[in-house]
Ligand binder design. Structure first.
Ligand code: PGA
Length: 272
């Protein structure tokens, strides 16, 4: 599976003009690096800029578009209706959005998004053909009790998040499914997880997925990833890429990450 680097811009940047500029800077870096045949990148801006960024994306030439796509940071489970503030899957797809992040820990924490809500979002998004990046990960209080406790926490999130989803398995674009393991204490703190522990958790997560999904699902690591440590994570076969917050707001940093990950894969392939 090609490694995936997903940029989660969160509630940034502060204006549409700056969002367009950041997108162009990233696209330029990716084109320069010539590495996108070996690593895939997805940019997830805030909803308010999706139309503008999707428009900019459409203007790119074919080479620049290769291996690059646009994602949303969330999606609702109903298509339309009296759901103030929400955006449905078809609305996103009409803009050419391919990916959606679901269940990010910040939404779980600040907006009290539950596993049941995450489950409804995933079910709907997959059924409608969007590629889902499901976020899971334990808080510091759980991790301090040890790896076994962290595993139990993550297992529970996966089971509840994916309840019933597998029943419709054959209709889902499973090849487009990803789980991002993001220990909450590592997000935005500069204290990333130990890469070996993250790889072990990735292996564990793969085993916990519905039958037949493991080999087709990408497991990403997220939490204080930058160009300095991204290779430490993706060098493990278990880790299929990264979900990047802070560092994705700097085009040079994100470009360097994709170049490193993609370049390394290319090198490997050439050697084989
Ligand atoms: P970070 O965020 O890279 O800033 O730690 C990761 C995320 O929240 O997805």
């Amino acid at each position: 599976m090609r490694k995936l680097l997903a940029a989660n811009w969160k509630e940034n940047p502060g204006s549409e003009a700056r969002a367009r500029a950041l997108f162009h800077a990233v696209a330029e870096k990716l084109t320069e690096s010539h590495s996108r045949s070996a690593a895939e990148a997805v940019i997830c801006p805030p909803d308010i800029y999706l139309d503008a960024i999707a428009g900019e994306y459409r203007k790119l030439n074919r080479t620049a578009k290769r291996g690059l796509s646009i994602g949303a940071q969330d999606v609702f489970w109903e298509e339309r209706g009296a759901f103030t503030g929400e955006v449905g899957p078809a609305m996103l797809q009409r803009l050419g959005i391919r990916y959606v992040i679901v269940g990010h820990s910040e939404r779980r924490r600040y907006l009290h998004e539950t596993d049941a809500m995450v489950n409804r979002k995933i079910t709907r998004a997959l059924r409608d053909g969007l590629r889902v990046i499901l976020c899971v990960g334990e808080p510091a209080a759980v991790r301090s009790k040890g790896i076994a406790a962290a595993r139990r926490f993550v297992k529970n999130q996966i089971k509840k998040g994916l309840t019933g989803v597998e029943r419709h398995g054959s209709r889902f674009p499973i090849g487009g499914f990803a789980v991002a393991y993001e220990p909450i204490w590592a997000i935005g703190t500069g204290k990333s997880d130990n890469p070996k522990d993250a790889a072990e958790m990735a292996r564990f997560i793969r085993r916990e997925l519905p039958r037949g999904w493991g080999s087709r699902t990408r497991i990403l690591y997220g939490g204080s990833v930058d160009s300095g440590n991204v290779l430490d994570f993706v060098e493990y076969n278990e880790v299929d890429g990264a979900l990047v917050g802070g560092a994705s707001l700097r085009a040079g940093e994100f470009g360097a990450m994709v170049a490193k990950v993609g370049g390394r894969r290319l090198l490997r392939r050439q050697r084989q």
